[in-house]
Write a protein that binds this ligand. Structure first.
Ligand SMILES: CC(C)(COP(=O)(O)OP(=O)(O)OC[C@H]1O[C@@H](n2cnc3c(N)ncnc32)[C@H](O)[C@@H]1OP(=O)(O)O)[C@@H](O)C(=O)NCCC(=O)NCCS
Length: 180
């Protein structure tokens, strides 16, 4: 098992026009190409918001978020019983998340996921978001499930995973109240 890094050593900043992203490689061509060629344009056009993670000055990971929604029929049946009069729930989608290949297996991926959930926590003050969703690559499904993402059997083959933000908020607020 690889040694985990101290996640408080990570510096996470918003992608800017000046960011040097030329040396990032996670081993997935689609994700690497997105960061190298598309992310800055999408940032300017407000079609995707990318955040970069640095460790001791090295770019070690990134994730991108957009506003989205998830059809009510795709979430767990237990959540469909609520008195909710709309066909979709508001959601934030993690459109991309990757860790540099030399830094994988050190806890950075989960640190980025928690950071993304924290971003949604801040957003909640201004706009409601019930779910955090991701179209996971087949190899990464368990990576997301480990921290509470679920998939609905009806969309299993599409690997649409969803995380009920209300559960995270309850846990997070309990921890803050407990002073942890
Ligand atoms: C998937 C990815 C983001 C994981 O990041 P990482 O920094 O290597 O993951 P972490 O070290 O934070 O791992 C956290 C936990 O998830 C597990 N895990 C990591 N990758 C996994 C995978 N592909 N499948 C299942 N479990 C995985 C780890 O074993 C670890 O478990 P533990 O807490 O019990 O030790 C990274 O491997 C990556 O960038 N891969 C290529 C791009 C990719 O597939 N991105 C996902 C797009 S949907």
């Amino acid at each position: 098992m690889q040694a985990k890094i101290d996640i408080t050593d990570l510096e996470i900043v918003e992608l800017s026009e000046d960011s040097d992203i030329s040396y990032f490689s996670c081993g997935n061509v689609e994700l690497d190409t997105f960061l190298a060629n598309i992310a800055k344009i999408a940032q300017m056009e407000n079609t995707s918001r990318t955040h970069l993670a640095y460790l001791n000055g090295d770019l070690v990971g990134f994730f991108s978020l957009i506003c989205d929604n998830i059809a009510r029929k795709y979430v767990d049946a237990e959540y469909q019983k609520e008195n909710y009069g709309h066909k979709v729930y508001p959601a934030v989608k993690i459109t991309r998340l990757a860790v540099h290949r030399e830094y994988q297996g050190k806890g950075i991926g989960h640190a980025l996921l928690y950071y993304a959930l924290g971003v949604v926590y801040a957003l909640q003050r201004y706009a409601a978001c019930r779910y955090v969703i991701v179209d996971a690559k087949p190899d990464a499904i368990n990576f997301y499930k480990k921290i509470g993402f679920r998939s609905n059997i009806a969309v299993k083959n599409k690997y649409l995973l969803y995380f009920n933000y209300n559960e995270f908020r309850t846990k997070y607020e309990t921890e803050i109240d407990a002073g942890s």
